[in-house]
Design a protein around this ligand. Structure first.
Ligand SMILES: C[S@@+](CC[C@H](N)C(=O)[O-])C[C@H]1O[C@@H](n2cnc3c(N)ncnc32)[C@H](O)[C@@H]1O
Length: 209
């Protein structure tokens, strides 16, 4: 099953499954972005709108992108007729010709683990970002991935494990820098705030120089 087919199949239960990673990342996004104000937000891999619901109040305009029509269909039901949101179905591994707008925030929440080639993603994000704009990355921590942790869900036919790629910390930092994106903050989130365990979520904040 492709990644898109997997999310189409997962969509109806994505919001209701017990999922610590999903929930912790919702906290991390809000904690890290609330100090800023934005005019135009690009949310990549918006899914069922977990973060769209908060981001939409942080800027007058938001573009939510996802390639899973089923995930997006659920998000759309939550924001019917919202004048500030534009939903776009697109595969971000292809050229980002879905917009000609410029943004001052681009977010990636739990999506880059499904992307093999970060170079393309940072190149496209950087092109659409205003100078001084911010990229937020909130991902399953690579240290968890080293232990075999992968996105997964259960269906009537059994457990489905999604195709994932590991991006080491150095790869995030160095690939971003190649496209004018500099890390200005990094955070790690732990289950029960227990810093003796392997962190669950990695947050990187990048700015465009
Ligand atoms: C784990 S979900 C995260 C959804 C949401 N950001 C959240 O945190 O709940 C990952 C999302 O990324 C989307 N996605 C994965 N690969 C993608 C690609 N190549 N292009 C566009 N969307 C993609 C999936 O369809 C899915 O909705």
């Amino acid at each position: 099953m492709s990644i898109r087919e997997s999310y189409n199949s997962w969509a109806s239960q994505y919001d209701s499954n017990i999922n610590k990673t999903r929930d912790m990342e919702a906290v991390s996004l809000r904690e890290n972005l609330h100090p800023f104000t934005f005019n135009n937000i690009l949310e990549i891999g918006a899914g069922t709108g977990k973060n769209t619901s908060w981001l939409v109040d942080q800027a007058p305009k938001l573009t939510a992108v996802d390639f899973s029509e089923e995930m997006m269909a659920i998000a759309k039901t939550k924001f019917q007729d919202h004048p500030g949101i534009r939903f776009v179905q697109a595969d971000i591994t292809t050229p980002w010709n879905f917009t000609t707008e410029k943004f001052d925030l681009v977010t990636f929440s739990l999506v880059l683990e499904h992307i093999e080639n970060l170079d393309h993603i940072f190149a496209e994000a950087s092109k659409l970002l205003n100078r001084g704009g911010i990229v937020y990355i909130g991902e399953l921590h690579p240290f968890r991935q080293y232990g075999g942790s992968k996105a997964r869900f259960t269906t009537e036919e059994g457990e489905k494990v999604l195709e994932v790629y590991i991006h080491h910390l150095s790869e995030f930092v160095q690939t971003a820098a190649c496209h004018g994106l500099q890390v200005f903050d990094a955070k790690e989130y732990f289950d029960n705030d227990d810093k003796t365990t392997v962190p669950r979520i990695l947050v990187l904040l990048l700015s465009k120089s």
